[in-house]
Ligand binder design. Sequence first.
Ligand SMILES: Nc1ncnc2c1ncn2[C@@H]1O[C@H](COP(=O)(O)OP(=O)(O)OP(=O)(O)O)[C@@H](O)[C@H]1O
Ligand SMILES: [Mg+2]
Length: 234
Amino acid sequence: MAKSRQNLQTRHEELIVEHSPKSPVSEAYRNLRTNLSFLRPDEPLSKIAVTSSTPKEGKSLTVANLAISMAHNEEDILIIDADLRKPMQHKFYDLPNYEGLSNILTGELKFEEAVQETGIDRLSVISTGFIPPNPAELLSSHRMEEVIEQAEEEFDFVMIDTPPVIAVTDAAILGKKLDGILLVVASHETERGMLEKSTDKLKKANVDLIGTVLNKHPVKDGAGYDTYYYYYGE
Ligand SMILES: Nc1ncnc2c1ncn2[C@@H]1O[C@H](COP(=O)(O)OP(=O)(O)OP(=O)(O)O)[C@@H](O)[C@H]1O
Ligand SMILES: [Mg+2]
């Protein structure tokens, strides 16, 4: 682990819920976790995807920090990196990505063989595996449904990282197989038109939009510095 942490591509430092659990941002992730747990009291959520309208709004980071806050709450959490176009989750935990989801979907690898420990108690990850030429076809396959079923059997909560909605159909394809989808919106970055197009696309695909996360929102903290606040709402 120490050796691979020298990897320049590591994003380990961004796991603020792990490194600074008492910070206001970590508190905001815990609020998000609590909101999700109260959302459907009769039928609690157990498998969701996280997406955004456009690239770089903070999907992958939201998945990682929210998953860690759930793992801290003594739940067994599995992150599946289904952004087969831009693999990312393994970089947060300095893990290899020689094999993963795409290898399961092509029948080369068993589910159990793809699950990697992250070094964070109760948090596991299935990285993307190789980048396939046909992500949408692989994600709409029956095998993907089996992966989700097995994940649900073995873990308390499954969180799936996806590509942005506007460009490709992957998130909508996955959302239909899950309890719903969380939409990350980058404050002051996302254009209203893009947001409307994305929510329309998800609604047309019959995806349950469970809420939005306002990300990268600058606020003044007590010391007068700008920081970021995460907000969750319907
Ligand atoms: N709340 C935040 N505060 C500061 N920087 C952030 C925040 N959220 C995300 N970022 C930064 O924005 C960039 C994109 O984040 P991330 O990779 O999580 O986005 P993404 O939506 O998954 O991107 P992609 O569309 O490329 O998959 C990163 O450099 C990340 O550090
Ligand atoms: Mg991403």
